[in-house]
Write a protein that binds this ligand. Sequence first.
Ligand code: AMP
Length: 284
Amino acid sequence: MQIVNNIAVLKLLVRQARSNGQSIGFVPTMGYLHEGHLQLVRQAALENELVVMSIFVNPLQFGPSEDFEKYPRNEAADIEMAANAGCHIVFIPTSKEMYPKGFDSYVDVQGITTTLCGAARPGHFRGVATVVMKLFNLVAPTRAYFGQKDAQQALVIQKMANDLNMDLEIVVVPTVREPDGLAMSSRNAYLSADERKSAAILYQSLTAAKAKIMQGLNDPKQIVALIKSMIQSEPLAVVEYVEVVSADDLKEFEQELQSRVLIALAVRFGKTRLIDNMIIDLEA
Ligand code: AMP
């Protein structure tokens, strides 16, 4: 696996691969890799000849009071894990390489970025869309891989790619979970032992809500209330939002659930903010 820090070198390698007719699978990450990230790499390796991963803690997507400085980092472990999962090139730029002095252009996907995490984290998706657009332009991937864990992010990227006529396929990979159901996340490392135990309630509440929906419950307000009451039974959990919306456009349902339903939540345990979600396809 090649480790690249420099944009010019990355472009050269990608250009060579393209001229050899190779397909390119791309996995953007912020590092501190876990099985969730590696699943994206493995799928990219199955479907493409060249796999490129980026590791970049993108300052643009963090708010001023968020965890940019203390976001977990472990470059040496990441490099080993990425190579073992089938990655060929890992791109690890500095902030200066990505945002040199005078950088002044941003990508702003509107509409679907104002709800859920977008409401709680103003400017977050502008930062995400901008860095992903830059990375797409650098890597020129055939396919790019994103996790269902960040459902709104995957939708924002898909919308950006559609709206701006980008020539690539966005692939969304199912959420990889710990044995107790907690969605894997680099931020799980922040949790104390007690918080980690309590955090299992997130997946339990999503699963309970799904079971109720399958039994016929179709009032979004009742589903939200059920999930909130389950989560609030854990004293360490503080709910930021629980929403039941259309999985296609994140719009609220007028009365009853229809077609593809996204249940999305963000919950704090101490200083750690965790997100999770579940999609329920009523037509399936
Ligand atoms: P991050 O490093 O947190 O920005 O995540 C990089 C990519 O990995 C994003 O597309 C995430 O959605 C995806 N990802 C993170 N955690 C998981 C998980 N538990 N299962 C599947 N994909 C994940």
